[in-house]
Unconditional design. Structure first.
Length: 133
């Protein structure tokens, strides 16, 4: 009679983010650095705005630059262990802003004449959605 010692692994992988995450960036490349801790082999994917940009990663450490898209970037790390247990980590939205705003409408119009500064207001609209006028 042979008895085998079988143990169940029921620990979910742990994702540790080692990168600092800016809320707004002018640089289109973001250094994503994280590690995975688990008792076995894991398969990890990196997703940017619902698009898989790295998949089936088996290393426990990831340190790589990823390209950001203009305006909003939702980055998610998803990993599965051999028992199909899932862990995920969503990185706060990183806003890439590399487009300089242009003023489209300005009041008063260019060349307008006015007398005195009391009650004088300048207003306008910008061409870029992250702008505040």
């Amino acid at each position: 009679l042979v008895f085998n010692n079988i143990s169940a692994v029921n620990t979910v992988p742990v994702i540790t983010l080692n990168s600092t995450t800016p809320a707004i960036s002018k640089i289109s490349s973001y250094n994503l650095n994280f590690n995975i801790v688990d008792d076995g082999v894991t398969k990890t994917s990196v997703i940017r705005n619902n698009e898989i940009i790295h998949s089936d990663l088996t290393q426990t450490e990831f340190n790589n630059n990823i390209e950001l898209q203009e305006v909003s970037n939702r980055i998610e790390i998803v990993t599965f262990d051999e028992s199909k247990q899932k862990a995920s980590r969503v990185i706060q939205n990183i806003v890439l802003d590399t487009i300089s705003p242009r003023l489209i409408t300005i009041h008063p119009k260019n060349g307008a004449k006015f007398i005195g500064l009391e009650g004088f207001t300048i207003s306008g609209t910008a061409s870029e959605e992250l702008s505040a006028v």
